[in-house]
Design a protein around this ligand. Sequence first.
Ligand code: AMP
Ligand code: ZN
Length: 118
Amino acid sequence: MTTPATDCLFCKIIAGQIPAEITYRDDQVLSFKDIGPKAPLHELVIPLRHIATLADGASEDVELYGQLMVVAAKRARESGLAAGGFRVVMNAGPDAGQSVHHVHLHLLGGRALAWPPG
Ligand code: AMP
Ligand code: ZN
């Protein structure tokens, strides 16, 4: 199922080679606390299978991308954010500031979030 990429930080977290505060795991996705939180709740939801960027998304990944969203919503509910609101964001490529090249959904909440992002 997992196809680790050499020198991928998030593949190493998936493999347990780098520690992370894991909040959810199933056979497709993993969520964990962001190491540099930008909001009171900031978690990342990632596929276990290495995909470098959303720009690589393909039709066979539809279920996987759906599961990323479903898990983000589950974590938002479990964290008490369903009523107050939250945001999910995926940065893709240099103009969006993607710094880790393994697809990840940011789940942010616990404060009012400005719009639009910079
Ligand atoms: P992006 O800039 O969209 O690629 O987001 C990458 C995110 O990964 C940033 O929010 C970082 O704070 C986060 N991050 C980097 N290294 C780690 C780590 N070892 N554990 C948890 N989060 C990390
Ligand atoms: Zn990876």
